[in-house]
Design a protein around this ligand. Structure first.
Ligand code: IPM
Ligand code: MG
Length: 360
């Protein structure tokens, strides 16, 4: 197979972890006889510096031209006091929307070797294996009206959470399909005791459930879900939720996995004008400016995102499994970065990338 991949390393540690992810991608392709053509684009703070825009039109063009996009992270502290419309993060929201990737899959599992890395008690986190499906193209992130208006005591900030029936139905379908291939349990997360969007969400989830009689659907309120995730994470298989709930709960998932550096993600669902599916793959973590450029960041979330890309964009299941096994082997050997609190000396970002390639 020939894989045309766009990389968007972005800002901070995004650059370092993407480099290792690419190294692993090339290694797995070489091993299984595939070829890769890589193109690099600008996104986030670096794009603002070089072009004045967080997502330059050229980046959108390159992403639409690629089979799949591998992203690092965006965000720089110098933009902390800038309005959302001019921030690096706007580039990420732009690329998600441009590609139409409405379902963000964020798997959370506890590896045996990392059980002590979680601050939670071992017996609670052991055996966790769940996927958060976060709606990614709608909700309060994109809703209008939005903005800050007025003055003095009347100055007002406004954001709008809005969902259409079809936006809810398509992400629920993706989640049901995933659940069908796993333990056949879907948890729909909402705040239907307060929000109208959630009441519609729950109704549509129930309607879509009729297409999946073999999958059990349960509903849970988002606040309770936050608690259940740390009390009894094993009760979850696939969870589906709106954009901001997914943003928040997936960071909580990081605590179960030992470090946010471990979490990969796949954003899927979009189709190109040609009819081909597109995917955007990125670690869940951010740009971590405090450790950027120090060769300390954990590249395993980014490397796991390569595995997700092989699986979802190319259907290369053996190749994806090989990458995931290599990650597991490296963890078992204790070859990990500082965030995972190894017993011995922590490895660098580059050394972990190399170790994964060797394990492959
Ligand atoms: C994430 C991040 C992003 C989000 C930020 C960087 C815009 O937190 O992918 O979880 O909120 O979606
Ligand atoms: Mg987040």
């Amino acid at each position: 197979m020939h894989l045309k991949i766009l990389t968007l390393p972005g800002d901070g540690i995004g650059v370092e972890v993407t480099r290792e992810a690419v190294r692993v991608l090339e290694a797995v392709c070489a091993k299984f006889g595939h070829t890769v053509k890589l193109t690099e684009g600008l996104l986030g703070g670096i794009a603002i510096h070089k072009t004045g825009e967080p997502m330059p039109p050229e980046t959108a063009r390159l992403a639409l031209d690629a089979d799949a996009t591998l992203m690092g992270a965006v965000g720089l502290p110098e933009f902390d006091n800038v309005p959302p419309s001019q921030r690096p993060e706007k580039g990420l929201l732009g690329i998600r929307k441009t590609l139409g990737v409405f379902a963000n899959l964020r798997p959370v599992r506890t590896y045996k070797a990392l059980i002590d890395s979680s601050p939670l008690k071992n017996h609670l986190v052991e055996g966790t294996d769940l996927i958060i499906v976060r709606e990614l193209n709608g909700g309060i992130y994109y809703g209008t009206p939005r903005g800050i208006s007025g003055e003095g005591a009347d100055e007002r900030g406004t954001n709008t959470m809005t969902y259409t029936r079809s936006e809810i139905a398509r992400v629920c379908r993706t989640a049901f399909n995933l659940a069908r291939a796993r333990r056949k349990k879907l948890t729909s997360v909402d705040k239907s005791n307060v929000l109208e969007t959630s009441q519609l969400w729950r109704r549509v989830a129930v309607e879509v459930a009729a297409e999946f009689p073999d999958v059990e659907l349960e509903h849970i309120l988002v606040d309770n879900c936050a608690m259940q995730l740390v009390l009894n994470p094993r009760r979850f298989d696939v969870l589906v939720m709106e954009n901001m709930f997914g943003d928040i709960l997936s960071d909580e998932g990081a605590v179960l996995a030992g470090s946010i550096g471990m979490l990969p993600s796949a954003s899927i669902g979009g189709k190109l004008p040609s009819g081909a599916w597109v995917g955007l793959y990125e670690p869940v973590h951010g740009s971590a400016p405090d450790i950027a450029g120090q060769n300390k960041a954990n590249p395993l979330g980014a490397i796991g995102s390569v595995a997700a890309m092989l699986e979802y964009s190319f259907g290369l299941l053996k190749e994806a499994a090989a990458v995931n096994h290599a990650i597991e082997a490296v963890l078992d050997q204790g070859k990990v970065t500082a965030d995972l609190k190894p017993k011995g000396k922590p490895l660098t970002t580059e050394q972990v990338g190399q170790a994964v390639c060797e394990a492959l």
